[in-house]
Design a protein around this ligand. Structure first.
Ligand SMILES: Cc1cc2nc3c(=O)[nH]c(=O)nc-3n(C[C@H](O)[C@H](O)[C@H](O)COP(=O)(O)O)c2cc1C
Length: 152
């Protein structure tokens, strides 16, 4: 099976509270488990999502383009990275979840201005770079306590 990674960001139509996030995760995990999709979902308090989907190429593309993009609960879906990968990064998770801040997202995406303007031009992350940063981000913080009640 050729492994594929797709990373995108989007904006929630209406901010999600914890029960909506839990319901979204539970439904996603059920589908993802059956279709061997793993990944990570980040959510910021101002309603932005960033998600990593990893799995077989056709399955990942079908999930993203036919289901997720069509979901009326969010808009402005923009693919950040989309390509083959050597191995899964979120092996244990049918969809891991972390809260993030708007600054976390800017940092992850590589568009935080440098400390001394003019010395360094921010550039978009490559897919492996972004995955590595996302893994560090997940390892650096504790999961939300309410996640424990959900099946992984
Ligand atoms: C930000 C976001 C991330 C989502 N991630 C997934 C996902 O990883 N897997 C999944 O099956 N559905 C995911 N969904 C839900 C799908 O968009 C869609 O609602 C769902 O697949 C429909 O399932 P149903 O036809 O069984 O109701 C996500 C939705 C949003 C808004």
């Amino acid at each position: 099976m050729a492994l594929h990674h797709l990373i995108y960001q989007s904006q929630a139509m209406v901010p999600f509270e914890q029960p909506e996030l839990a319901a979204l995760l539970q439904r996603s995990r059920n589908f993802n488990r059956i279709h061997h999709i793993t990944g990570l979902l980040l959510y910021t308090p101002d309603g932005r999502f960033m998600q990593v989907l990893e799995g077989e190429q056709a399955v990942v593309r079908n999930l993203y383009f036919n289901r997720i993009v069509a979901d009326p609960r969010h808009y402005n879906c923009r693919v950040i990275a989309n390509g083959p990968g050597l191995q899964r990064c979120f092996t244990d998770w049918t969809m891991d979840f972390r809260s993030a801040t708007a600054l976390d997202l800017r940092h992850l995406l590589g568009n935080v201005p440098p400390d001394i303007p003019g010395l360094q031009v921010p550039r978009p992350r490559t897919c492996p770079e972004l995955l590595e940063l996302l893994l560090e981000f997940v390892a650096s913080g504790a999961p939300e306590p309410w996640l424990e009640a959900l099946p992984s």
